[in-house]
Design a protein around this ligand. Sequence first.
Ligand code: FAD
Length: 351
Amino acid sequence: MTTVEVPHGSRSAVLRVAAVINETADACSLVFDVPEELRERFTYQPGQFLTLRIPSELTGSVARCYSLASSPHTDDRPKVTVKRTADGYASNWVCDNVKAGDELEVLPPSGVFTPKDIDEDLLLFAAGSGITPVMSILKSALARGSGRVVLVYANRDVESVIFANELRELGDKHPQRLIVVHWLETLQGLPSVAGLAALAAPYTGHRAYMCGPKAFMDRVHDALAQLGVPRNRTHAEVFNSLAGDPFSVTAPAEVSEAEAADAATVEVELDGEVHNLSWPRSQTLVDIMLAKGIDVPYSCQEGECGSCACTVLEGKVDMDSSDILDPEDIEAGYILGCQAHPVTDHLKIQF
Ligand SMILES: Cc1cc2nc3c(=O)[nH]c(=O)nc-3n(C[C@H](O)[C@H](O)[C@H](O)COP(=O)(O)OP(=O)(O)OC[C@H]3O[C@@H](n4cnc5c(N)ncnc54)[C@H](O)[C@@H]3O)c2cc1C
């Protein structure tokens, strides 16, 4: 049995696994018990993810993000669903080892792949394990929203369809509001741009959310672009493995007097509060906010997860890495707080 005595860092918590559900031959779900004292910290929005600390004899541990497939509006307990990655370490460790009653160290929910308006009509695309955040959005929209929901869901074959029964039941319960279109590689080949565009064509007024392998999402983007869906109405979640350790909080390095004198200033708006901060150019936005004890949303600090995405309203930043942002996101002023350094002397940023 896996037990965790002490959380590794101050941001994490130890959660007990209430149940393990075998979803398909290569995917399992972990349902967590959240004790009363952690309820507030573990409140989540549909589409967000948890970061799990997976023990490793080789490196001590690895950190991996897993999207919540449960809905905060319909499920009592948070649930993540992990699909085995061929030769992957953590996903196979979870599916092979975790049992009900085990404990895992977990970072609280994070992420910005969340519905902007729960009442909007939605056009959802998922492939394989990419169904997890999409399922949370879908269930939440049906339970709390009033719009129509169309899901295009690609899988290798019938056996690999995660949540097949749940989707069937939701379709029966909401026949006027939910359409699920399955795309099976064994029958139809890999999803093509033309095929995806044909499926999406009647729903171009819906807001689009997508999650799956990069090649799949590239095709969905191309299909929606062909149909003239504005880029600011399409949202994508990228699944990456983290290389660093977001469980340990490292204090930003001290800055020299010369650097402090050359620091930029930034006005940051977060949760309706405005903070005026000095921003030394070697530090990131997340660094300076953490140093001031501000509850900035972040997780990986590697530019991989998108938790710290925010918008530059005035001024300019440089980013160490911005690969998970689309060119259109960057054009629209989105930045990753954990990768951003000031270029101009004054900036205005909004989370
Ligand atoms: C926001 C977000 C949400 C996500 N949501 C989901 C989800 O809902 N479901 C899902 O299935 N996936 C999800 N992912 C992907 C998930 O985080 C992992 O990337 C995925 O499970 C593959 O991880 P892996 O360790 O199995 O494979 P890999 O990342 O391919 O692991 C291989 C790596 O592990 C190292 N390694 C091998 N053996 C060991 C060892 N013994 N100790 C230490 N390191 C070792 C190797 O050097 C190699 O670098 C999400 C990712 C993100 C960013």
